[in-house]
Design a protein around this ligand. Structure first.
Ligand code: NAI
Length: 255
């Protein structure tokens, strides 16, 4: 087994068309992984695949039946799944007293229940690998409360609970299960948050962006490539003893 490379290993990434997912695809492809790129929208996935190669599979992760068939397509293209990066997610904000049940359901379905479904679909393959790797893209919102985003923080707390529980349950196998917990990252999701804050508060986009950027103590957004680099590190066969970790990459928010 090559300990510092992913040569020939099959990695499936959800939400691979943009942001952290696309950056993870580039990083894992650079280490030699064969990719299955899943997401809702075909065009961004194809754009990712142009640089990383790999199989593009359109899949809405809130549809459990579609996850099952999409994972079968991934296996047909690239063999058993040895690395699963559960990254697809959405964010919204609302004061709690105005939060609609539909918004709660939407966030939980995408950020938590879909993570359960993806992990469940892949677990058999992951446990057969000599170096199975499961990485959840969680958040600093997995570690503390977030005003105006109770549903998002609840979903991300749940995601970390899932990660830690699977890590404990499979600790004696060749599978590791870890979470990365980013602060605000320079991705389309943060652009949408800026637009939302600007719309709700009436602040300019520039003011809204600096308010969000300053939530990271560094005063800058995290580079998605830096998150991807940690994901790669967690996936290397060498790092079989990093298990159940919640790695914060947030410019110091949790300092
Ligand atoms: P992004 O919006 O660029 O990426 C999210 C991806 O998930 C998109 O490609 C989107 O199409 C896909 N997706 C959303 N719903 C889906 C569904 N139902 N089925 C399939 N694909 C779906 O944003 P970003 O930042 O790259 O987000 C990736 C992950 O990182 C998310 O789980 C997010 O919660 C997490 N995160 C992001 C932070 C940020 O500041 N941007 C901070 C902490 C965590």
């Amino acid at each position: 087994m090559q300990r510092r490379s992913l040569e020939g290993r099959h990695a499936l990434i959800t939400g691979a068309g943009s942001g952290i997912g696309a950056a993870a695809a580039a990083e894992l492809a650079g280490a030699g992984a064969k990719l299955s790129l899943l997401g809702r929208r075909l065009e961004p996935l194809q754009a990712t695949a142009q640089t990383t190669g790999g199989e593009v599979i359109q899949c809405d992760v809130t549809d459990a039946d579609r996850i099952a068939s999409a994972f079968d397509e991934a296996r047909s293209a690239n063999g058993p799944i040895e690395i699963l990066i559960v990254n697809a997610g959405i964010a919204e904000s609302a004061p709690f007293h105005k939060m609609k049940r539909e918004a709660w359901d939407r966030i939980l379905a995408t950020n938590l229940t879909a993570a359960f479904e993806c992990a469940h679909q892949a677990i058999g393959d992951l446990l057969k690998s000599d170096s199975g790797r499961l990485v959840f893209v969680a958040s600093v919102a997995s570690l503390r409360g977030v005003p105006y985003a109770a549903h998002y923080a609840a979903s991300k707390h749940g995601l970390l609970g899932l990660a830690r529980s699977l890590a404990a349950e499979y600790a004696k196998t060749n599978l590791t299960v870890n979470a990365v917990c980013p602060g605000y990252v320079d991705t389309p999701m943060t652009d949408q948050s800026v637009a939302r804050v600007s719309e709700i508060t009436g602040r300019s986009e520039g003011d809204a962006r600096s308010a969000i950027t300053n939530m990271n103590l560094s005063g800058r957004l995290v580079d998605p490539a830096a998150i991807a680099n940690i994901i790669l590190m967690l996936c290397l066969p060498l790092n079989r003893d990093i298990n159940g970790a919640a790695v914060t990459i947030d410019g110091g928010t949790s300092a």
